[in-house]
Design a protein around this ligand. Structure first.
Ligand SMILES: O=C(O)CCC(=O)C(=O)O
Length: 294
């Protein structure tokens, strides 16, 4: 099945969803990658309905993750996407969800990418303050139950846009979706999606959240502009990002000298990607059998 892209999904500006981004073989391999997810064998034991998270950096990733990163631009989700420096692997058993939240604009960079594996999940975006009416849904797609995947929930003074994210889908939050809307995941239920594949007997949804720490994001944009100084799009992106200063790292407020240190450290990660130990892996791409983008 070929990749399908829905832009400004559900009328949320800057939210793009890509469906069928890779094959089930890739999905299974990433789902089962013991370096990316909390490796408890059965999270449902002991009535554990909490999601589990596991953080990794590019130095921990194999080619699959770099290939997923390259899919963001190759599929047309975002034309110039920089390989990020942070990956959160989440495992949601039945009963787990994620409350609506903002990903801090002082801790994280301009884009956030998410990938859904093993079982679908329902993501929601809550309206920015003071916005009461949702925009029209221009394009929809069918969920596992044969119904519309994108839905609007209207409340008295606000609204939420809900999207069923199927297995092997990917989304990117940029612009307003990234900065003004809160996002969360509805509680995983045993019904609502098709039965999971036999390699996911516990019916977990696993997700990858790819982010750039704020300093790293700024550094990637700055270097891209040095290499392409008349690129108006990059210049605009950096000037948008300069409205929010890097100031938080792992919930800690940073002083000026700490930010400088952080920038130096992130510049060395950038160099490792460009010229050092990550420079080969960073160009990894799925084969034609693994992804119909190619
Ligand atoms: O599970 C997901 O796809 C979303 C995770 C999320 O909201 C986050 O990492 O901030």
């Amino acid at each position: 099945m070929s990749v399908r892209i829905i832009r400004n999904a559900g009328g949320v500006p800057g939210l793009m969803v890509a469906l069928n981004v890779f094959s089930e073989e890739v999905e299974k391999r990433v789902f089962e990658d013991g370096n990316l997810f909390h490796n408890e064998t059965n999270l449902n034991e002991g009535n554990d309905k909490k999601k589990k998270h596991f953080v990794t950096s590019p130095f921990d990733w194999n080619e699959d993750i770099f290939s997923i990163c390259n899919l963001v631009s190759d599929s047309g989700l975002l034309c110039e996407y920089f390989t990020p420096d942070y990956l959160l692997g989440l495992t949601y058993p039945i009963g787990a969800g994620f409350q609506a939240h903002h990903d801090s604009r002082h801790r994280w960079g301009e884009t956030v990418v998410g990938v859904t594996l093993g079982q679908g999940g329902t993501m929601y975006f809550t309206s920015p303050k003071g916005e009461r009416k949702a925009k029209e849904i221009e394009e929809n797609y069918i969920n596992d139950l044969g119904k519309a995947s994108i839905r609007i929930k209207e409340y008295e003074n606000s609204y939420a846009v809900e999207l069923d994210l199927p297995r092997r889908s990917m989304y990117i939050m940029t612009g307003e979706a990234r900065l003004n809307f809160k996002h969360g995941l509805r509680t995983q239920k045993s019904k609502g999606f098709a039965s999971p594949p036999d390699w996911n007997p516990n019916n977990y949804r696993r997700s990858l959240t790819l982010r750039h720490t704020k300093c790293f994001s700024d550094i990637c944009l700055e270097f891209a502009i040095i290499n392409d100084p008349t690129n108006e799009d990059l210049i605009k992106r950096l000037s948008e990002q300069n409205k929010y200063k890097a100031s938080v790292y792992y919930n800690k407020l940073l002083k000026k000298d700490e930010i400088l240190k952080w920038r130096t450290q992130m510049t060395s990660v950038y160099y490792e990607m460009k010229f050092g130990c990550l420079s080969e892996k960073i160009t990894s791409r799925f084969s034609r059998q693994e992804c119909e983008c190619y």
